[in-house]
Design a protein around this ligand. Structure first.
Ligand SMILES: C[S@@+](CC[C@H](N)C(=O)[O-])C[C@H]1O[C@@H](n2cnc3c(N)ncnc32)[C@H](O)[C@@H]1O
Length: 258
């Protein structure tokens, strides 16, 4: 049974700042009761029973803060190995931006990342995370989020009609969770309940491959089948995932910057 998204906005400044985005959220339904909360300078999403673990985009602290300080470089982050190849500062279209974690890692390593996200609630969480990142008192976070990350108005790479031509298009659609649900972190469960499964992942990949960008990267869980194997250039494997690198049809495999 679907539940309408509820919205609580005790922070009037944020409510004013995001009035346009909030007006686009009426009518959104989710598979469990979820509440969007605008409070104390942060936009977050909470589940009915797990209000103490709301989801919000955090480019300053949390896991990303830790990875920025202690994380690996271009060669040890699987997503960067796949999306950069030998390029030093690629322009990357992140076609499934989600909570912006991969986009932040790529931008922190020198890429210019354009973020595309079709879910309006996730887009608002991202917009708010970027705003806080750009206001951060950590200069590096300000630089990464303002110079390296741009949230596009177009909901997907296919709908984009701007002038920028990316070196790499990166896709990380949602796959069904294979682990027992108790093992999935609570905040990820809320995110899953909001966006559901990206059942159209194959169509999205096909549309991007048909558009024939220089290089396309698709992240898959280890157990998932590789789609369009005839176009695969290389595969970067990590503990739980595979990053499948597809070559451009017209430019050939040498052009992917591997
Ligand atoms: C698994 S999450 C991505 C996580 C992200 N890589 C991160 O690091 O936070 C997938 C996201 O892609 C979005 N998405 C899936 N298919 C899409 C499409 N065709 N166009 C735009 N966004 C899409 C979903 O709404 C969801 O937020």
């Amino acid at each position: 049974m679907p539940f309408p998204l509820s919205i609580e906005a005790p922070d009037g400044v944020l409510a004013g700042l995001y009035s346009r985005e909030l007006s686009e959220l009426s009518g959104i339904e989710t598979s469990s009761p979820l509440t969007l909360i605008l409070a104390s300078g942060v936009v977050s999403l909470a589940g009915g029973s797990v209000r103490e673990n709301p989801v919000f985009v955090d480019f300053v602290g949390g896991t990303l803060g830790f990875r920025r300080v202690y994380g690996g470089g271009r060669h040890s982050e699987g997503v960067a190995r796949a999306c950069f190849g030998r390029m030093k500062a690629p322009v990357i279209f992140d076609g499934t931006a989600g909570l912006g974690r991969d986009a932040f890692i790529l931008a922190a390593l020198g890429a210019r990342v354009h973020l595309f996200e079709r879910n309006p609630v996730v887009r608002l969480l991202l917009r708010d995370g970027l705003r806080r990142g750009r206001d951060s008192d950590i200069p590096e976070v300000r630089e990464i989020t303002s110079a390296g990350m741009r949230l596009e108005e177009a909901p997907s790479v296919i709908a984009y009609n701007g002038d920028v031509i990316p070196d790499t298009v990166y896709l990380d659609p949602m796959y069904p969770e294979r682990k027992k649900s108790a093992l999935v972190k609570k905040e990820m469960r809320i995110f899953h309940e909001l966006v559901g499964q990206d059942q159209d992942r194959e169509e999205y990949l096909k549309a991007v491959l048909d558009a024939d960008y220089r290089k396309t990267v698709m992240k898959l869980p280890k157990w998932a089948d590789i789609m369009h194997p005839e176009r695969v250039n290389t595969v970067v494997a990590t503990k739980n995932h595979r990053f499948v690198v597809y070559a451009s049809r017209s430019q050939g495999k040498s052009e992917t910057g591997e």
